[in-house]
Design a protein around this ligand. Structure first.
Ligand code: PMP
Length: 555
């Protein structure tokens, strides 16, 4: 069946706002936009239902309680279980994993093993690390190549001491789906708890925990068009019955004495305090919304987008694609040797194309693959072929622009120096007035990147003591005073940071003390309109460079 992405998109009011008409939103693995029915349900909750659940015996409290328990029943169906007692509301996948790590590990003995994978989101690593450290447990990892887990080799690392296997159903950094039937077969008959991080999977597939066969499953509603602040934990009832609660407080007790308490029945004993009630209402609307969609056609549409993404990106010379189009949860991740990922993302932002850059909360995976940051584009069902085309065209445009830039020979301005000694770059031909006269922001951005070429690579200054804290990309700044004037040198992996550094040094390098103030430099930055156009973290990065430069000058 054909899926009409345009009709689907019309249900998302954010895209209809005047400022968002041209937006290409490809940051869906971080969070999705919300349909009108979800926004309405949250507002309706506060307009018609707002009261705390369970404790009070009035009309509104009854209504709120009924709503929460209905959404719980719907969530049970949504995840493929018959029993709402197996559904726990949490703040999100992270809280769900913390709950499980705490409760499950309390059943283990020192030396017991927890098996994880190198592709885990930090949310499925750190809670286990914390438990391992405090209880003397061992963390083990599925064999991998370059960080990519080889789940087919899991038997090699299972031992009689393996008590928990907690792995992702699909990586948020690479989009790689885990082969769940194969994993089920490998784990069947083992005396252990199987936890599945379904944060990305639930955004793209109908989930059926019964056929997956896991013991526990966690997800966050905001990844599948629902509100933030609400997530689900599924746990098999006979296992949950045996587990101690995680957090203590109201709602999770049957009776409380001064020295001990009796806990409530399932699932309430795992829900201490007031839940995110409005978000639960939004989750209910979101599940109704998804129920009405043709999920198979939706998934096929997403698959075709992700294939197109990989095919088109794969044709760009030199581009290093870390993800693959097959078995993929809607994610393309890549680097390019010509530019820092952050510079490209900034350029795309200038074209109103939203992507994400960084380690994607999967530092071990990226490190094993030899990267610190990649650019990630992730699709949802409201994306169109045109979105993919605009994105790829903008990437190509940026790279073509850099190619032209790089073809212009730069005057060799100084001899390369080693051993931490350095000489300043010759920035005398850079003209701030000409930069100011550029008509558009894109032209200024291009000029700044051209300026970056006057900043040479200086391995000798790339050391921790010269690193400027607060810059989004690494930047190193050094200074000395020579015959009464201040001399500087800068280096960075990012062209934009180099360009901004060149701008700063054009104003400061070779000047005597007291001739330029912080305010004057900031004024130039503001006049160029950089504060409005650069991301907040980039602007903060410029301020960090500025502060460091004045600190080095003793000003
Ligand atoms: N696991 C995976 C695979 C994720 O992608 C995310 C969110 N990026 C999480 C866990 C954590 O989800 P949340 O931040 O909603 O708690």
């Amino acid at each position: 069946m054909k899926f009409f992405a345009d009709n689907f998109k019309q249900q998302f009011p954010l895209f209809a706002q005047p400022e968002n008409r041209d937006l290409v939103y490809l940051d869906n693995a971080a969070t999705t936009q919300k349909p009108a029915c979800v926004i309405q349900a949250i507002s309706d909750f506060y307009l018609h239902t707002n009261a705390n659940t369970h404790r009070s015996s009035h009309r509104l409290a009854r209504r709120a309680t009924e709503m929460v328990e209905k959404v719980r029943r719907d969530a049970a169906r949504f995840l493929g279980t018959a029993s709402p007692r197996e559904i726990i509301f949490t703040r999100g996948a992270t809280e769900g994993l913390n709950l499980l790590a705490h409760s499950l590990c309390s059943r283990l003995s020192p030396g017991d093993e927890i098996l994880l994978s190198t592709a885990e989101h930090h949310a499925n690593l750190v809670p286990w690390q914390m438990q391992a450290a405090s209880r003397g447990l061992q963390l083990r990892f599925v064999p991998h190549t370059g960080g990519i887990p080889q789940f087919e080799r899991i038997a090699e690392v299972l031992s009689p001491r393996t008590k928990i296997v907690s792995v992702t159903a699909g990586s948020n950094a690479l989009g790689l789906r885990t082969d769940l039937p194969a994993l089920r077969a490998a784990l069947s008959g083992q005396d252990l708890f199987w936890v599945l991080d379904g944060a990305q999977l639930a955004a793209h597939d109908r989930v059926d925990v019964a056929s997956i066969g896991c013991d526990f499953f966690v997800c966050s509603a905001h990844k599948f068009y629902g509100p933030t602040g609400i997530g689900l934990v599924f746990g098999r009832e006979e296992l949950l019955q045996e587990l101690p609660p995680w957090q203590g407080g109201g709602e999770m007790i049957a009776s409380v004495d001064l020295l001990a308490s009796e806990y409530a029945e399932l699932p309430h004993r795992f829900e201490a305090g007031t839940s995110s009630l409005a978000s639960i209402a939004g989750l209910g609307a979101c599940m109704d919304f998804l129920e009405k969609q043709d999920r198979v056609a939706m998934a096929m549409h997403e698959q075709s987008l992700v294939h197109a993404l990989h095919e088109k990106l794969g044709q760009i010379p030199g581009l290093n694609l870390l993800s693959r189009g097959e078995h993929n949860l809607g994610i393309a991740t890549f680097t390019h040797p010509r530019c820092a990922a952050i510079d490209l993302a900034q350029w795309l932002d200038g074209r109103d194309i939203a992507v994400r850059v960084g380690h994607h909360c999967a530092q071990p995976l990226l490190r094993a693959a030899g990267h610190t940051a990649t650019l990630r584009a992730s699709v949802a069902a409201y994306n169109s072929d045109e979105d993919i085309e605009r994105f790829v065209a903008a990437v190509q445009e940026f790279l073509a622009h850099l190619e032209v830039e790089d073809a212009v020979p730069v005057r060799e301005v100084h001899a390369p120096v080693a051993d931490g000694s350095w000489s300043p770059d010759d920035l005398s031909s850079l003209d701030v007035a000409a930069l100011r006269n550029k008509k558009s922001w894109q032209d200024r951005y291009r000029s700044l990147m051209a300026w970056a070429r006057f900043v040479s690579r200086k391995d000798g200054i790339r050391s921790p003591e010269n690193l400027v804290r607060g810059c989004e990309s690494s930047a190193w700044l050094v200074h000395r005073c020579e015959r009464g004037v201040h001399r500087f040198a800068i280096d960075s992996d990012s062209r934009v940071v180099k360009g901004l550094g060149a701008l700063l040094l054009t104003l400061l390098d070779g000047k005597p003390s007291g001739s330029v103030s912080r305010e004057q430099v900031q004024e130039v930055f503001d006049e160029l309109g950089l504060a409005q156009q650069l991301s907040e973290s980039r602007s903060n990065g410029f301020r960090a460079l500025l502060e460091r430069a004045f600190e080095l000058m003793g000003a």
